[in-house]
Every structure is written in structure tokens, then in C-alpha cells.
Ligand binder design. Structure first.
Ligand code: PEP
Length: 248
């Protein structure tokens, strides 16, 4: 049986107390969950949530990190700081980073390489906007973002990379891609990976779908051959919705 990778991106939500309560509920309700599970609380709660998930089957993730290791970068959080708190995964290239904060593919690529050099696992997010989809450019955009995001990443490092396909128009909107639409892009991304590395290496990369994943649509999405998990935003903020997604 396939092991799916279910990840929760809490974004800029939860105070420390709320984060700890949510993490405690997930640790208890996801004990024995067959899937790989990760949660990414805000930076301010990483330490406290890290204590809660320690020794459990839930991985601690960060939502972003700086492109530099240390120094004069006011307001940034370094890979070294994340590792110090027990973080093992970092989400990079989320569409909110790309579109609200103007992160380019080249900038994201620097972060991807830095995270991998330091032994973190990476979830690299790719996805098209509504305009791009309507112009028939969805595959091309995902191909480009995948190639540019992985520039200089070796075959050995690829084993630490997950790709999350997140159509921008489906994030936090309640609209999700149909399983068939998502599957088509997942197949295209796998083809891109096969071209960059090998067919065999591409088969081993987990490709998550993200964009309004909910308990009532997770099953049909995960039934697709090339959808290997989910990156969940809104529905990751409550055990009542994240637990059934993780256990689907
Ligand atoms: C996300 O932010 O990664 C996401 C997929 O959000 P939502 O599930 O709320 O659409």
C-alpha cells in the first residue's frame, strides 16, 4: 500500500497556546496513523509545538526560511535556527510567498539548496494562477517552477524533496481542481522530474496536491495514481477536519 504524505500548513494562524492545544489533539488522534504526517505552525510556536510532537509520528515543519545562513537579515529565520528547534521539513515557494512577497524562482532555489545542504526535507510548492490556467499555461508554469526550483539539486538530494502542486486559484477559495485536472498536472510534473533526473527517480518523488482539500474531497483526490498526499491550509487548523484528512 502507498504511504501518503499529509501536511498541514497553519500559515499566520494560532497563538502559542492555540498551537500547543491543536498539536496535542493531533498527536493523540493521529497515533498509529498509517500516513506520513507533518504540521507547520508559525515560527513563534515551533519550539512549543516541537516539544509536543517530540517522539510522536508527526513531523515538525516550517513554513519558510531565509536564503542565507546567518547575518544582517532583520526579521528573517535561518535554517540553523529551524534545525535547533527540531524542524525537519521546510515548505518553500508557497504561492503566498511568490505572489504576496514577490519571491522569484531563483530566490526560492537558493533556499531549496540551502535547506538541503543542511539536511532538511523540502516541500517545493508550484502552481499556476487562474489567468495562467485560462491561457492554457498551467503545465508550462509548473514545469518551469519545478525546473528552476530544483536547479543544482543532485539526484541524491532529490530523495529529500516533495513537490506540492497548488493551483493558486484553489488555495483558500473553496474551489478545488477536479481529481482529473490535478492528476494531469501531477503527471506533467513527474514527466518534468523524469527529464531532469530519471524515470525511476521521478517515480519515487511524492507529489502532494494542495488547494481546498477537505475531508469530503480527500478520498477522490488520493485515488489518483500520481497524487501522493496533500498540503492542507484551512482544514489543517482544526482536528475535526485535519484528522479525517490524514486518516482518509
Ligand atoms: C495552502 O495554503 O497550502 C493551502 C492548500 O490552503 P487551503 O487548503 O486553505 O486551500
Amino acid at each position: 500500500m502507498r504511504k501518503y504524505y499529509m501536511a498541514g500548513n497553519w500559515k499566520m494562524n494560532t497563538t502559542k497556546g492555540e498551537a500547543v492545544d491543536l498539536a496535542k489533539a493531533l498527536v493523540s488522534q493521529l497515533k498509529g496513523c498509517a500516513q506520513k504526517v507533518m504540521i507547520a505552525p508559525p515560527f513563534t510556536s515551533l519550539d512549543a509545538v516541537g516539544q509536543v510532537v517530540k517522539g510522536s509520528n508527526i513531523l515538525l515543519g516550517a513554513q519558510n526560511m531565509a536564503a542565507e545562513e546567518k547575518g544582517a537579515h532583520t526579521g528573517e529565520i535561518s535554517v540553523l535556527m529551524l534545525k535547533d528547534l527540531g524542524v525537519s521539513v521546510v515548505i518553500l515557494g508557497h504561492s503566498e510567498r511568490r505572489h504576496i512577497y514577490g519571491e522569484s524562482d531563483a530566490f526560492i532555489n537558493r533556499k531549496v539548496k540551502l535547506a538541503l545542504q543542511h539536511g532538511l526535507d523540502v516541500i517545493l510548492c508550484v502552481g499556476e494562477t487562474l489567468d495562467e490556467r485560462e491561457a492554457g499555461k498551467a503545465e508550462r508554469i509548473c514545469d518551469e517552477q519545478t525546473k528552476k526550483g530544483l536547479e543544482g539539486v543532485s539526484l541524491a538530494q532529490l530523495s529529500k524533496v516533495t513537490i506540492a502542486y497548488e493551483p493558486v486559484w484553489a488555495i483558500g477559495t473553496g474551489k478545488n481542481a477536479t481529481p482529473a485536472d490535478a492528476e494531469a498536472i501531477h503527471q506533467a510534473i513527474r514527466k518534468t522530474l523524469a527529464g531532469l533526473y530519471s524515470v525511476d527517480a521521478a517515480k519515487k518523488v511524492q507529489i502532494q496536491y494542495g488547494g481546498s482539500v477537505k475531508p469530503d474531497n480527500v478520498k477522490e483526490l488520493m485515488a489518483m495514481a500520481d497524487i501522493d498526499g496533500a498540503l492542507v491550509g484551512g482544514a489543517a487548523l482544526k482536528p475535526e477536519s485535519f484528522v479525517p484528512i490524514a486518516l482518509f
